[in-house]
Design a protein around this ligand. Structure first.
Ligand SMILES: NC(=O)c1ccc[n+]([C@@H]2O[C@H](COP(=O)([O-])OP(=O)(O)OC[C@H]3O[C@@H](n4cnc5c(N)ncnc54)[C@H](OP(=O)(O)O)[C@@H]3O)[C@@H](O)[C@H]2O)c1
Length: 381
């Protein structure tokens, strides 16, 4: 049976690679609807190739143009349009949109019991408890797309969770892994966008350089797999060949390995519980690689990772603050309004100023998110 796929964030790095997988397996998957932001070139190409039934774009004026060009396609726009895509009839919703804008569409799809392949980690960090509780209530499966979480998911597959003792996430270290904090003072946006192992969207590339990305992933792992923060470790692994590991109580460690290629975890989330061939993909050749390196994580050097653990342990709205402060600060950095190290300084200040609300509802989360962004912008003054 062909699985119908809807895709949020089709024009981004994960979105385009999801389209690659759908293209590679036309007898398995069909793209019935997608959302884009502002990139109309990729949007038009995707409409022409996949002939979806419904498309959402961010701006009303783009929606008007597309509706005139493609009368057979339902064209929607804005935040409500994202929800229209999320609830459109499909077997799997891939959420590859950027930022906490993905939260409400995810919750609406969960209410319909939809299977969700989630790349959009900000949604889990900002309101993970709401997502997981309602997924349980409505019987919706949440499948990880992030390579680390796909690795953990695979390593835990078929095991008894209470016999697993530790999650070990690997971190490449990002573009500045060999720089001291002193050297970080004057790095530029261009330097930060130059990731050694992965080609990704600009926000997550900056997040990798600050190590906030690994922090968001630690929180994502806590949410998805329900492990205490004390039982989640991060190890620096420069080559990004081991995507993450699970240690069991008998000291066995299960790891998932592969060449760094996001299409592998994307495809696994779409084909789960099956695996499909990837004829053209580069195979892992350990003899060619020769050596894998590991290094203990330095939480003073990578201050933002410590902040993420602190936010996770504080719980409640503190992870919403971490995420919103980071999204706002990264936007300021990409716009060259602040320096690189100011990203983590702003996150820390926003966290210091916040009083945690333990089990926030959606309204509280949206309020805290908006207020945090405002207060980070005000720090500029
Ligand atoms: N890239 C990776 O390898 C990777 C790996 C693991 C996890 N992730 C996670 O996957 C998510 C997407 O990352 P990415 O690297 O693919 O990001 P990206 O390349 O920046 O793409 C983001 C997508 O979201 C759309 N978008 C952005 N803001 C929007 C808004 N306000 N309303 C509607 N649509 C909006 C963009 O549209 P336009 O471009 O058309 O404006 C684009 O389609 C992130 O949560 C990231 O952490 C990414």
């Amino acid at each position: 049976m062909v699985k119908k796929i809807t895709l949020l964030g089709a024009t981004g790095s994960i979105g385009v690679q999801t389209a690659d997988i759908i293209r590679e397996h036309p007898h398995e998957f069909k793209l019935v609807g997608f959302s884009a932001g502002k990139n109309m070139d990729i949007t038009r190409n995707l409409i022409a190739e996949f002939k979806p039934e419904i498309v959402c774009v961010q701006r009303k004026e783009d929606a008007k143009d597309l509706a005139a060009e493609y009368p057979a396609v339902a064209i929607v726009s804005g935040a409500e349009g994202l929800i229209d895509i999320a609830v459109y009839e499909a077997d799997i919703l891939v959420n590859a949109v950027l930022g906490s804008v993905g939260l409400e569409p995810t919750l609406e799809a969960i209410k319909l019991g939809r299977t969700i392949a989630i790349a959009n980690k900000e949604t889990l960090v900002t309101a993970g408890h709401l997502v997981m509780e309602s997924a349980k209530q409505f019987g919706a499966a949440i499948l990880p797309v992030d390579s680390e979480h796909s690795a953990l998911f695979q390593a835990l597959n078929g095991e008894k969770k209470d016999q697993a003792s530790r999650l070990i996430l690997t971190a490449s270290g990002g573009s500045f892994r060999d720089l001291t904090r002193e050297q970080l003072k004057n790095v530029t946006v261009q330097d930060a966008l130059n990731h050694p192992n992965w080609s990704m969207g600009s926000k997550i590339t900056i997040d990798s350089a600050t190590m906030v990305n690994k922090g968001l992933e630690v929180i994502e792992a806590h949410i998805l797999f329900d492990f205490a923060y004390a039982d989640i470790d991060v190890v620096l692994h420069r080559e990004s060949i081991i995507h993450s590991m699970v240690e069991f109580q008998d000291t066995s460690v299960m790891a998932q390995l592969g060449t760094p290629d996001m299409r592998v975890p994307i495809q696994y989330a779409l084909s789960y519980p099956d695996r499909l061939p990837r004829e053209q993909a580069k195979r892992l050749n350990l003899a060619e690689i020769g050596k894998l390196n590991f290094q203990e994580m330095d939480y003073t050097r990578f201050r933002a990772l410590q902040l993420a653990f602190d936010a996770g342990v504080a719980g409640g709205t503190m992870t919403t603050v971490l995420n919103a402060a980071n999204e706002q600060a990264v936007a300021l950095f990409l716009n060259e309004e602040i320096k690189f190290l100011e990203i983590e300084e702003m996150i820390e200040r926003a966290m210091d100023q916040h009083e945690v609300i333990a089990t926030p509802d959606l309204e509280t989360i949206l309020h805290v998110d908006a207020e945090t962004r405002k207060s980070v912008k005000n720090m500029l003054k």
